[in-house]
Design a protein around this ligand. Structure first.
Ligand code: PAD
Ligand code: ZN
Ligand code: ZN
Length: 374
């Protein structure tokens, strides 16, 4: 029996407030309105950004359904939707692409200026697509994938290869694309260069994969958890170091190790101190440092401007700099063409109802990516 046009009752992990446990609830998912798409989620990764929203380091309206790194199948579409149809395999996007604003039309921009309209987790008319116990539930970065069904807007959904394995390509929805793009698209790592990656989680390892694909000859991984080193080396790190093993600043350690030749550094943690460490660690004249970790909300950062005065470049990027609606399907095609291996990033696969275990593994530093399947 078709569910199109009807409210769907299903399970979702609802976060009722900051620092509360995720609660698996029965929710109602409204049918898609004009230009909206309702998606049956089949696989979703757990990213540290979801954790930032739980702790309050990243803003969200409550109650909220988190999750933003997923893949699924279109269940039904609203009026006017032309780019996807029921049955299509899709990746919900964390960045929209209006295709018309100054950011979308510039080849280097991917942060669509229309983004702010949905920043509060509700649609333009103030409504939400989810309800639980009679209360509206907000969305998270328009994706909300810790649910059996979600609703997104057409410009936030990318149709992907019908043969793509969803339990793997879900990582292309966030972590993989973010890291890989940070290296090849944002930093534009050059062949033969030396790179240093701070933070060896799913994003950091994807940065390493990007540095390697770009032809870097030396890739140094940095993490305070040495258990992360083995997998970092498996994806391409040539060596790994733990800042806790040194008394001097990590920037000095890297300078000595490389005869002062670190061309590119990346911060994939989300801390101010490591953002400055990463900046100070790239070459003072020609180095580029990319801020990939989400900066803590509402906190100012102070730094010595001399760090930039000699010529360093300091950049940030969202989703690796990719233009989501156009580039995500291409990355899925690249995966299908075996240009990179996502299995290296997936340490755990769990059923959706074990989501708590997935977050525990993340908190304990025991996972790279946990994929939840439905
Ligand atoms: P993760 O928790 O899997 O990895 C973070 C790693 O950092 C862990 O291995 C930690 O041990 C390590 N770490 C923590 N503190 C330190 C420290 N002081 N020094 C060295 N290493 C440390 O996270 P992730 O890979 O899922 O995400 C990493 C960041 O990237 C996080 O801030 C997330 O919010 C951000 C992100 N940004 C985007 C974007 O579009 N810019 C997208 C996705 C994720
Ligand atoms: Zn993410
Ligand atoms: Zn735009």
């Amino acid at each position: 029996m078709s569910t199109a046009g009807k409210v769907i009752k299903c399970k979702a992990a609802v976060l009722w407030g900051p620092n509360q446990p995720l609660s698996i609830e029965d929710i109602e998912v409204a049918p898609p309105k004009a230009f909206e798409v309702r998606i049956k989620i089949l696989a979703t990764g757990i990213c540290l950004t979801d954790h930032h929203a739980i702790t309050g380091a990243m803003g969200a309206n409550f109650p909220v359904i988190l999750g933003h790194e997923a893949a699924g199948i279109v269940e039904s579409i609203g009026e006017g939707v032309t780019t996807v149809k029921p049955g299509d395999k899709v990746i919900p996007l964390t960045l929209k692409q209006c295709g018309k604003c100054s950011s979308c039309i510039n080849p280097n921009g991917n942060f669509c200026l229309e983004m702010n309209v949905t920043a509060e987790g509700a649609w333009n008319d103030g409504t939400t697509s989810f309800t639980c116990k009679g209360k509206p539930v907000y969305n998270f970065i328009v994706t909300s994938t810790f649910t059996e069904y979600t609703v997104s807007s057409e410009s936030w959904v990318a149709k992907i290869d019908a043969a793509a394995p969803l339990e793997k390509v879900c990582l292309i929805g966030c972590g993989f694309s973010t890291g890989y793009g940070a290296a090849i698209k944002t930093a534009k790592v050059t062949p033969g260069s030396t790179c240093a990656v701070f933070g060896l989680g799913g994003v950091g390892l994807s940065i390493i994969m990007g540095c390697k694909a770009a032809g870097a000859s030396r890739i140094i991984g940095i993490d305070i958890n040495p258990h992360k080193f083995e997998r970092a080396k498996a994806v391409g790190a040539t060596e790994c170091i733990n800042p806790k093993d040194y008394t001097k600043p990590i920037s000095d350690v890297l300078k000595e190790m490389t005869d002062n030749s670190v061309g590119y550094t990346f911060e994939a943690i989300g801390r101010h101190d490591t953002m400055i460490d990463a900046l100070a660690s790239c070459h003072m004249s020609y180095g580029t440092s990319v801020m990939v970790g989400v900066p803590p909300r509402s906190k100012m950062l102070t730094y010595d401007p001399m760090l930039l005065f000699g010529g360093r470049t300091w950049k940030g990027c969202l989703l690796g700099g990719w233009k989501a609606k156009y580039d995500i399907p291409k990355l899925v095609s690249d995966f299908m063409a075996k240009k990179f291996d996502l299995d290296l990033l997936i340490t755990h696969v769990l059923p959706f109802n074990e989501i708590h275990k997935g977050f525990e593994l993340l908190e304990k530093g025991e996972s790279i990516r946990t994929v939840l399947t439905f």
